[in-house]
Design a protein around this ligand. Sequence first.
Ligand SMILES: Cc1cc2nc3c(=O)[nH]c(=O)nc-3n(C[C@H](O)[C@H](O)[C@H](O)COP(=O)(O)OP(=O)(O)OC[C@H]3O[C@@H](n4cnc5c(N)ncnc54)[C@H](O)[C@@H]3O)c2cc1C
Length: 385
Amino acid sequence: MEFELSDELQAMKSAARTFTEKEIIPHAGAWDEEHVFPLDVIRKMGELGYFGCPIAEQYGGTEVGYLAQCLLCEEVSRGSSSVRVAFNTQCMGTALSIMLHGSEEQKQRWIPPLISAEKIGCFAITEPNAGSDVLAMRATARKDGDGYVLNGSKTWISFASKADLALTYAYTDRAKGSKGLSAFVIDMHVDGVTTSVLDKLGTRASPTSEIAFDEVRLPADALLGPEGAGVKIVFSSLNQTRLSCAAGGVGLAQACLDAALQYCNEREQFGQAVGKFQMNQTLIAEMAAEIEAARLLTYRAAWQKDQGQLGNVLETCYAKYITGLTVTRCAERAMRILGAYGYSTEYPVARYYRDAILYQIVEGTTNIQQMIIAQDQLGYRKANR
Ligand SMILES: Cc1cc2nc3c(=O)[nH]c(=O)nc-3n(C[C@H](O)[C@H](O)[C@H](O)COP(=O)(O)OP(=O)(O)OC[C@H]3O[C@@H](n4cnc5c(N)ncnc54)[C@H](O)[C@@H]3O)c2cc1C
């Protein structure tokens, strides 16, 4: 076992920390308050290769791997949980799926502009009646000549209103059940695609939208993989977006701890720094230890993927599950330590608190992670198949 990051990985993490401190932290509060989508910063991250870590060099990637991607995502999320969403829209939920399942022509066409962030991506799975129950989706793509006609609606789709393309899923043959679900890469600027932005509690610099597909004509080469491969692609994709989500949760939890530590040393009550009170020390110790556990689980899952174990659903679920719990607990503890100043919009902790709960909702809720883990342990359904 090796627990040390290589010099190269440490240098990448440290450079991402400097980038975040300079380019993200000074603006993150205002972006959130004013619902600004920081396209320029996302493009800079693209230019720096942040979204290409697990992508082959021939498509513009850096091939430095999943652990590298996690380190960058963690650091960026320390500054803004909204900006970290880009790791999934530009890579893990889009470019990576295209690399794993697409034709050579699709890879060359879509991956380079996604990972450079020249084009903004989104992945559209969720529908009004299909959240955790992914296969309950109702969107259909009916065959029409060589191509397809897409109808249906998606909801809660990150970056959809800004997206140039979407990886989406629709039934090409309902009679075949789950084997009739197919995946498509679609141009979001064609006739029949409309989006409307949803308001939400947190992560407000990452726009989230409904998408309506109304008789959208798709060329034959919009189909990703063969017809009926949608189930395989969607669950494989969720297993990768989940990892990046866990890394983002670790970063946000660390931001909560950093804020709590700073405040503990600055704020005095009863003639001493509030960090001297054992009750606050308990909160700090719990935060630090739980973050370390979540971080190690996340790095382990990333390391496995770097060894070629992309189907490590169980270990990725462990990471996402523990991180989701950790980040929400850390946000609550930071809030308790900062007292009224935590509740104030002048300090970032109120934003962290609003952002944290998302990690128990997206990429499979906490219940869904628990279900996958329990069914594996009970032998009902192995997670890694
Ligand atoms: C800010 C934001 C961004 C998002 N971005 C995207 C995106 O980019 N792309 C995308 O496709 N989706 C996205 N989503 C949607 C997200 O993936 C779903 O919200 C999530 O999958 C849960 O679905 P749901 O909200 O419909 O909850 P539901 O599935 O309706 O669940 C409701 C409750 O029931 C529980 N539950 C459901 N089924 C079970 C079960 N079998 N056993 C036990 N408990 C269960 C859930 O855990 C939850 O507590 C986003 C959501 C948000 C809020």
